[in-house]
Design a protein around this ligand. Structure first.
Ligand SMILES: Cc1cc2nc3c(=O)[nH]c(=O)nc-3n(C[C@H](O)[C@H](O)[C@H](O)COP(=O)(O)OP(=O)(O)OC[C@H]3O[C@@H](n4cnc5c(N)ncnc54)[C@H](O)[C@@H]3O)c2cc1C
Length: 446
């Protein structure tokens, strides 16, 4: 297809600490050279070629609200026409409605993504085993990913299954330069930060940074507060603080080797420094009492006891100089540095947080960031959306004319990940289910 991969493979989602348990056994987080735009590029090139020969017409600025159904068959879509908008990528486009539209087709393939941009809908289907949904969340997907396509397909007779399955991050920070409402950025954390809950209590294993996303979320929902904290040093920030999203990684997105090599230099990369300077969740202090005071000031409540936070930090620091450490996180940190890729650009050399040479303390307030929808429209292997009954059960067979692919179909089939997932495994299901749906349409239309 023309995709190229950045040669240093990352080790996201290290797992729950058991050999046979959740998590990656080897580093396998591949980054597309060019990030999101690099993923799209080969497809856009082909699309342009088909448009050039008149085989494809692109109809953009149309928000689909309903699927047209005639005699039980989906025959088209209807919705609002949005005002033309020339804003570049990374800037919110206008939602101004200028009219209505209707399009008819022999096959309708729904690829409208998940529901993570719609907190109300996520709340309706939030799973009981994750406790209650936090009141304060940030959004890790654009507002347009609001589940409208999912709901329209359901109204047209399709079956939305495993709706309680979802994958959200616990390391969200508010974007100081938001593109959409409540825009959050996920920190892709290296393994060194001390992670404490809203009251300053250290999170238990395996809730270490980058280890087990859903187990960490489940634990945090028992703490009685919506936020938690990373406590780290400038050295940890500089080496381990990676941000998710194409605009946060201009070196990889712009395929600029000069900038990429800058990652091994001391100091924080530009986008990270911008968060340190401008992000509302970032606090810096010279000592623990000052840090605790600013943490309490930020949340408007005296939740952190400075003496207790100091005790937790000193206990962790004491294990840094203990070769026989029983601290599972520090043992894992040393293990991570056996891998050259992590050693070069993803893990700071183990050091005490209170080491005067480490440059002070940084606390980062973390929010739950809504991202992925693991359930979705139930399909067969040809992307054909299966028919549901009024109670959400199966009515047997497919809805004629209706297909789905990508996140709206739970990355394929209605939930191919099961109840959990592994970081970085989502685009694969989108691409594969897209191909399957195309083959299904071709087989049906001949
Ligand atoms: C910041 C970020 C980083 C990510 N990083 C990774 C990663 O490293 N690895 C990985 O595997 N996955 C990653 N993901 C997840 C992955 O990008 C998504 O799962 C994937 O893009 C979903 O693809 P999709 O085509 O199904 O839906 P989307 O990419 O969400 O596209 C849906 C499209 O449908 C449009 N739409 C929605 N509703 C309507 C409507 N009613 N009418 C008309 N159009 C509509 C939307 O505007 C959008 O253009 C990341 C996601 C985000 C947001």
């Amino acid at each position: 297809m023309g995709h190229r991969i950045f040669p240093v493979v990352g080790w996201a989602e290290r797992g729950d600490g058991r050999a046979e348990g959740h998590g990656n056994s080897v580093p396998r987080f591949h980054i597309t050279w060019g990030t999101g735009p690099g993923v799209l590029e080969p497809f856009l090139t082909r699309l342009a070629a088909h448009r050039g020969t008149g085989r494809i017409t692109l109809a953009t600025r149309r928000a689909v609200e309903e699927l047209l159904v005639e005699d039980g068959r989906v025959v088209g879509v209807r919705g609002s026409l949005l005002a033309a908008d020339g804003t570049p990528r990374g800037v919110a486009s206008t939602r101004e409605v200028t009219g209505e539209f209707e399009e008819r087709a022999a096959a309708v393939v729904v690829t409208t993504g998940g529901i993570g941009g719609n907190a109300g809908l996520v709340r309706q289907v939030w799973p009981g085993d994750l406790g209650t949904m936090p009141e304060g969340v940030v959004h890790g997907v654009p507002a347009s990913v609001d589940g409208a396509g999912m709901l329209a397909a359901e109204r047209a007779g399709g079956r939305w299954i495993h709706r309680e399955r979802m994958w959200h991050y616990t390391e969200g920070v508010r974007n100081w330069d938001p593109v959409w409402r409540g825009h959050g950025i996920r920190i892709l954390p290296g393994p060194s930060s001390l992670w404490v809950d809203a009251r300053g209590r250290r999170l238990p294993a395996p809730a270490f940074p980058g280890f087990d996303t859903t187990a960490t979320l489940r634990h945090l929902r028992t703490t009685g507060h919506d936020h938690s904290w990373f406590v780290r040093t400038p050295a940890i920030i500089a080496k381990e603080f990676a941000l998710s999203g194409s605009e946060q990684n201009p070196d990889l997105t712009g395929r600029d080797w000069g900038q990429v090599l800058g990652r091994v230099k001391p100091g924080a990369p530009g986008p990270v420094q911008a968060f340190l300077d401008l992000g509302e969740d970032f606090l810096q202090a010279g000592n623990v009492p000052e840090l605790a005071a600013s943490m309490n000031a930020l949340v408007g409540a005296s939740l952190i006891d400075a003496a207790e936070l100091g005790r937790v930090i000193r206990a962790r620091d004491a294990e840094i100089v203990n070769r026989f450490s029983k601290d599972a996180q520090l043992t894992a940190l040393r293990g991570a540095r056996q891998y050259l890729g992590d050693r070069l650009i993803r893990t700071a050399a183990p050091h005490r947080l209170l080491d005067p040479r480490a440059g002070g303390l940084i606390a980062v307030r973390l929010h739950v960031l809504l991202r992925k929808t693991l359930g979705g429209l139930e399909t067969d292997l040809g992307g054909r959306v299966q028919r549901g009954d009024a109670l959400g059960g199966s009515a047997g067979g497919a809805v004629p004319g209706l297909y789905a692919a990508g996140e709206v179909s739970g990355f394929g089939g209605g939930g191919m990940h099961g109840h959990n997932a592994l970081e970085g495994t989502f685009l694969g299901g989108c691409l594969f289910s897209g191909r399957q749906a195309a083959r299904g349409v071709l087989a049906d239309l001949g």
